[in-house]
Design a protein around this ligand. Structure first.
Ligand SMILES: Cc1ncc(COP(=O)(O)O)c(C=O)c1O
Length: 482
């Protein structure tokens, strides 16, 4: 819902200056033509919205209502996409640029909003992080063809691999292209990784330096991850899920915008009209949440739980940040242990961490030694995963460990990375094809949310125990495969 809200808000803000022009509102210094109006940078569009609100509140009561209605009737939300683009035939339906690793909610959102899935451009990645050069090339192409862009999306903690996009690169691209007349917003999907930012925050909210954050870890964060966190405050909006690394039950989601003034454009009441109508004070305004969100009334219980949690454990490194800190320490231990495991099982299998983790999610690719066929490798990993997943016919306690799986697809990976991973696993590239279980690589996926994986007091490492378990199971299944 938060990702959908980002799309809705960006579209409302993008189309609003066009409506002001169509309504012929005087005195506002409107852009010269529709193309310029549709391509304003979000900050300029918000400044224009403010000027309109001020202008409107200076009108007499009667005039105010007339102008309000006149603009309302020109808005995309009133006309609908079809009539809006017929009326403004120099404009094209805007595109959303997202990395190929983006969550499926983006596809849903494009369909819901009526923009169409075809307007979602999925950009290539490098080691599961957005390829900023490809983004830049696509933006350049959009500029050259007068193709408007609604949003550039970055993922802060990809669903399947936990990798973090160069948010700083997205922000720099936004600012560079805005200066050439291609305005768009940057949204960060930090549903998974948002709470990791607490590791990087001082109690006063300021950013901790790379060197200071690193003091707690072996190698986390990479300079790229630190730069991505540093840029979060310059993005236009962010999605964060309390039910992921916020450790809260389902039922609350967060949509955060840097400048909430544009939210008035989503209101079901025309509250952007003048200041008296809606409280300007943030908390009083959003008490009527149903005015601004796709849903209507809903329970506040989970939101209250999030609020209390953040009061008890404020979102800085000394307090809430202790939790993700432990999980990153566990991830570092897990990663190191995975490398040792690869060495230990080398006689039985090839094992590879395909991407160095940026967050507490580590994947592991495995292939029994001697096997060069992708379908057999996939069957081997699926058999391992069968031992790691819940079995509805058995009590959970019968399982020693839980883990999930995902896949790597050559069309997502690109030729270079596909070749690198196949080679490391000793898989024959010719066995990759269109057939059953031959078009992707099945891998194990470990989300290390539990901060207690290493019990230092009792000298127990559940990470060691997991790899001992996995070693045993790899040996059994490798013997069965050969
Ligand atoms: C990056 C990302 N975005 C969005 C979502 C959607 O979250 P939810 O399933 O809570 O709606 C997820 C969930 O895995 C995610 O990882």
């Amino acid at each position: 819902m938060a990702n959908y809200q980002a799309l809705r808000l960006a579209l409302a803000l993008k189309a609003f200056p066009v409506a002001l022009r169509a309504a012929k509102v005087p005195d506002l210094e409107l852009p010269d033509d529709d193309v310029a109006a549709f391509n304003l940078a979000p900050a300029d569009a918000i400044a224009l919205l403010e000027r309109w609100q001020d202008w409107l509140s200076a009108q007499t009561n009667g005039e105010r209502g007339c102008w309000q209605q006149r603009v309302q009737q020109q808005r995309l939300e009133h006309l609908g996409l079809a009539a809006f683009f017929v009326q403004h035939d120099t404009l094209r339906v805007p595109r959303v640029l997202a990395p190929i690793t983006a969550h499926y909610s983006w596809s849903k959102g494009m369909k819901l909003l009526g923009l169409g899935r075809a307007q979602l451009a999925l950009l290539p990645q490098r080691e599961m992080r957005i390829d900023i050069d490809a983004l830049d090339a696509e933006l350049q192409r959009c500029r050259d063809t007068q193709q408007p862009v609604l949003l550039a999306v970055g993922v802060f903690g990809t669903t399947e691999y936990g990798t973090i996009d160069a948010i700083d690169g997205l922000v720099a691209a936004r600012d560079r292209h805005a200066a050439t007349g291609l305005g768009f917003a940057v949204h960060v999907d930090a549903a998974w990784g948002g709470y990791l930012a607490t590791i990087f925050r001082n109690e006063d909210g300021s950013l901790r330096s790379l060197a200071t954050v690193r003091e707690s870890f072996q190698s986390f964060p990479s300079p790229a991850v630190h730069a991505a966190v540093a840029a979060l405050g310059q993005t236009d909006s962010i999605t964060v899920d309390p039910h992921k690394l916020g450790y809260l039950p389902y039922g609350a989601g967060a949509f955060i915008c840097r400048d909430q003034r544009a939210m008035a454009l989503l209101s079901e009441e025309a509250d952007y009209v003048f200041h008296g109508a809606t409280p300007k004070d943030y908390l009083s305004r959003y008490r009527n949440l149903g005015q601004y969100i796709p849903e209507g009334s809903k329970s506040g219980a989970m939101a209250a739980a999030v609020y209390v949690t953040h009061k008890v454990l404020p979102l800085d490194h000394r307090q809430f940040g202790q939790l993700p800190r432990q999980t990153i320490l566990n991830t570092e231990a897990f990663h190191l242990r995975a490398l040792r495991f690869a060495h230990e099982v080398a006689d039985n299998a090839h094992a590879l961490v395909p991407f160095a983790p940026d967050s507490n999610l580590v994947c592991l690719a495995l292939n029994p030694r001697g096997n060069r066929d992708i379908a057999r490798m996939n069957a081997f990993v699926r058999a391992l995963h069968d031992e790691l997943r819940c079995d509805p016919t058995l009590p959970l306690q019968f399982k020693e460990f839980f883990g999930s799986m995902t896949t790597l697809r050559p069309d997502t990976l690109g030729a270079g990375e596909t070749a690198r991973i196949l080679e490391a696993l000793d898989i024959d590239p010719a066995s990759l094809g269109a057939g059953e279980d031959r078009d992707r690589l099945v891998i194990l996926r470990h989300t290390l949310m539990n901060p207690y994986l290493i019990d230092r007091e009792n000298d127990i490492s559940y990470i060691d125990r997991y790899f001992e378990f996995l070693t045993r199971r790899v040996r059994v299944h490798a013997a069965a495969t050969s």
